[in-house]
Design a binder for this molecule. Structure first.
Ligand SMILES: Cc1cc2nc3c(=O)[nH]c(=O)nc-3n(C[C@H](O)[C@H](O)[C@H](O)COP(=O)(O)OP(=O)(O)OC[C@H]3O[C@@H](n4cnc5c(N)ncnc54)[C@H](O)[C@@H]3O)c2cc1C
Length: 439
């Protein structure tokens, strides 16, 4: 294929077709708010909505249009995902800790679905199930061990699918079988974010789009914080930093603790329905078993296939990104070798040095971030938990609160080491494939 792009190709998220970004001028800044939230993604808006419904005066600031961040760019996979496998966490930190973390992951997943249903947010949220495709026989064995540990201790369902049966789930011969987790879900991330934003505005939250928060300082007159923005100064009793992969250097303590990295995604042109049905007959989400994952799903609202991978590869030119992603598509789903791409986009995620998401308070400022590619349920969950904490409710407790949010010496927020980290992930995946070692 000479040109993998359609003539109406967009260098923008597919999700913005249904949920375009809109302005939200917010009006004049009030002299003070009960709570100032920095970042208008799932974390910030879920917190803001909960607080406003409890009667608090809340301002949300975003330096871009509301929803510009990863919350309207992600793949819309809903899971109980952590970079540390349950069995490894149990071996390293003990059963009680691993159980408490994985129970909260389950709660994040279930409570996000329950919230969407209770609010009536029409965002194609479904329990479609997930296929994890094994990239080697050793990965297949590791997957079975991991999922069996979770079934035994947490009662979570799964079914292994040997190589000979993979085509029941995916039109691919690339993988060494896989596992189906039948109860995991997916949604349309743009419509979910738009529904959250509409409800926050209805509850009385003021959203200041294109308003950069440049400083947060303690003190001044009375309790609380002085918040300096590109639209002027205000005060707030509580401040929440909800900037995840977009965390600015003007928040140095947070910027030192998150590792921003770029995620890449594409949408195909509309496919003949039978061709799409052949690729993913059960319409599940698919990830592979590597640390650096490739992922696939059917669009919830059209006959396109959406996919991503090659995380943190450093490319910025859309044609080059399209060529790289198209290569991944052809390799996994060869029937789609001649299909063109209509959308290519990127978004910023946040890793952490201990590969755990973090929620808590530093110097009086609340934060929730470091979702390591799992922020749809976790951002929603942490937003709720932080709001409950601010309201003084014991329901705000979570196993993810820890005193330590690690950084490393000399790190200031510029992840120069990312290419090395990605190579290390690839080496670990290859080592597991060769020798069947534990991760
Ligand atoms: C390509 C891709 C695919 C992904 N797929 C999935 C998936 O399938 N499932 C899943 O669970 N997770 C996925 N994620 C991760 C998930 O999207 C994020 O973890 C989640 O959206 C983070 O939400 P958030 O509200 O914390 O931050 P974001 O939605 O990223 O919002 C942060 C906001 O902070 C704003 N901001 C930054 N600095 C300032 C400032 N100084 N002043 C004001 N505003 C500021 C930014 O403009 C931005 O809008 C994916 C991410 C990407 C990029």
């Amino acid at each position: 294929m000479t040109d993998p792009l359609t003539s109406d190709f967009k260098h923008a998220p597919y999700w913005w077709d249904a949920a375009p970004l809109t302005g939200s001028p917010g009006g004049a800044l009030a002299p003070s708010y009960d709570v100032a939230v920095i970042g208008s993604g799932y974390t910030g808006l879920r917190a803001a909505l909960t607080l406003a419904r409890a009667g608090r005066g809340v301002a949300v600031f975003d330096k871009e249009k509301p929803g510009f961040g990863a919350s309207r760019r992600n793949a819309g996979f809903l899971g109980r995902t952590l970079k540390h496998a349950y069995v490894d966490l149990k071996a390293a930190k003990g059963a009680a800790y691993a159980l408490s973390i994985y129970r909260d992951l389950s709660m994040a997943y279930e409570s996000t679905l329950a919230f969407i249903e209770a609010e009536g947010i029409d965002c194609h949220a479904v329990r479609c199930g997930r296929l994890i495709a094994a990239t080697s026989a050793a990965h297949y064995a590791g997957l079975e061990r991991e999922l069996e540990g979770m079934r035994t201790d947490l009662g979570l369902p799964y079914a292994m699918l040997p190589r000979a049966r993979l085509r029941e789930e995916m039109a691919s011969d690339l993988y060494d079988g896989g596992a189906v987790i039948p109860d995991l879900g997916s949604l349309h991330p743009g419509l979910y974010h738009r529904g959250l934003m509409t409800r926050a505005l209805e509850a009385g939250v003021t959203i200041f789009g294109e308003c950069d928060v440049t400083a947060v300082e303690r003190g001044g007159q009375g309790d609380g914080f002085r918040v300096t923005t590109s639209a002027g100064r205000t005060r707030a009793r509580d401040v929440l930093v909800a900037t995840n992969g977009y965390t600015p250097k003007s928040l140095p303590w947070h910027a030192r603790r998150v590792i921003p990295f770029t995620g890449y995604m594409a949408a195909t042109e509309p496919l003949p329905p039978d061709l799409l049905a052949k690729q993913l007959p059960h319409r599940r989400t698919v990830i592979d078993s590597n640390l650096d994952i490739d992922f696939f799903r059917p669009a919830p609202d059209s006959s396109r296939l959406l996919f991503g991978g090659a995380t943190a590869n450093g490319l910025e030119d859309p044609a080059a990104i399209a060529a790289l992603l198209h290569g991944r598509l052809r390799r996994a789903l060869p029937d789609l070798a001649d299909v063109r791409l209509s959308h290519v986009w990127t978004g910023q995620c946040a890793g952490t040095f201990d590969m755990m998401p973090h929620v808590g308070r530093h110097d009086g400022v609340w934060y929730g971030m470091g979702y390591n590619f799992a922020g749809v349920p976790m951002g929603s969950f942490f937003g709720l938990k932080i709001a409950q904490k601010i309201l003084g409710s014991p329901d705000g407790a979570t196993a993810f609160e820890t005193a330590a949010f690690p950084t490393v010496p000399l790190y200031r927020g510029d992840p120069w080491f990312l290419p090395l980290a990605m190579r290390w992930f690839a080496w670990k995946d290859a080592r597991l494939a060769r020798r069947g070692d534990r991760r």
